[in-house]
Design a protein around this ligand. Sequence first.
Ligand SMILES: Cc1cc2nc3c(=O)[nH]c(=O)nc-3n(C[C@H](O)[C@H](O)[C@H](O)COP(=O)(O)O)c2cc1C
Ligand code: SF4
Length: 462
Amino acid sequence: MSDFKRFDLKNLDDLRAALDQRGLELPISNNLAILGEKVVLAGRTLANRFVVQPMEGVDGDPVTGAPGELTLRRYRRFAGGGSGLIWAESLAVVPEGASGARQLRVTRENLDAYKRLVDATRQSALDEAGHAVTCVVQLTHSGRYSRPGGVVTPLKAQDNPELDRALGMEDLKPVSDDYLMRLQDAFVDSACLMAQAGFDGIDMKAVHGYLVAELLGARQREGRFGGSYENRTRFLRECVQRMMEELPPSCFVTTRTTVLEPSPWPYGWGVAERGVKGGQGQTAWTLDLSEPKRLMRELAGMGVPLFNVSMGYPRFQPYMNRPHDNPLAGKAAPPEYPLEGVVRFQQIAREMQRGAPELPLVTAGLAWLRHLMPQVAAGLVEQGWCTLIGQGRGAFAYPNSVRDILEKGLMNPRKCCITCSLCSQIMADGLGRGGCPVRDKDIYGPELVKGRAWAKQQEEKR
Ligand SMILES: Cc1cc2nc3c(=O)[nH]c(=O)nc-3n(C[C@H](O)[C@H](O)[C@H](O)COP(=O)(O)O)c2cc1C
Ligand code: SF4
């Protein structure tokens, strides 16, 4: 039976009791000063250990793919809020790989718009937070979840019976090796453009079931990108290598890479050869981090200076990568108490960080803890579970949280994210521009309403 229940923890004692009751382990520390420590990487000094995680705002210009006025507002707020590193959201490198009509896209023509975005982000950090910020940008291809111009047009890396059935893609042929080789060029060209735009680092995104992540588990695929570990990781490694060769030395290459694509063997990534049936709502897989760790160490050996992790397919197991209280409209409540998801994420991050202790690792998935997050974050860093603390939904809801934590030693519970999934709902509906309709209601309330109405109309037409 599901153990699901919504957040009802008032203080750290309640959190400790909830952990004890379930036999869960999560470090907690009052040493919040550790979160304000500077971190040196790739020749830069991060002002503190906080990172704004990539959060797609679906507010780009549908024609050009350039950032819009709300994009600029979001990044100014993120940077002004005090994080040392802003990890900008996923930008599509080819039009057919966009997740929706309003996803940001890289083209030669919109380079100046990205220059303005980077300049505005840096200026806001200087003006509001009083420090220089480091800016990374994430490059992507949405693969099975591609929706260019808002029209579902999937592209997949391999046949995967379970995903194919769930997504109605049984008749779809995997993309060819030729397509993937052209796509590598597009990733590298886009990286060069984003370096010109002024980003400090480029993230070769390989996470959340998108095309590059799916390739990591393509054991059944033939040709140069499938089968053996070397072939499955080739696309990512070659892109990283080529970017390192072609980017100016001032721009580093990093990756947000999945540590778990939860499909049963021989599909999936981070799964053992012998899977066991999971619990309610889960598929048959058992975690095995040996390949993700090997890849992380190889990338570190190539010169990748930091590593960002996530896990799960947000479409099917959203409770894994963003533990939450409320699901998307019409979807089931999480099959577990969200604290279990928070702990699972942090424990997997710990295993990865221990696999390469010298490589700064960014964690995520902490928003459900609300105002209790800072002490857990401090515990995670103190105990070596991660180096940097990523905030995704927290940055949408409460962009100034980092300044509150570092200056006042607390988060205001009335400003925290309540893990209601409405920002994900805007994305899923595909019309409104994304942000937090709860804590930034005047701007995003109408965007949510508009998107919901449109999605319902589409539903009725079907
Ligand atoms: C609306 C929304 C958009 C997101 N966009 C991205 C994205 O562009 N790239 C990415 O790697 N993760 C994306 N994520 C995942 C977040 O970066 C983060 O991992 C997740 O929200 C869990 O962390 P949190 O508890 O701090 O929110 C998104 C999540 C949400 C809710
Ligand atoms: S809409 Fe706001 S409160 Fe709800 S999950 Fe997103 S960021 Fe959190």
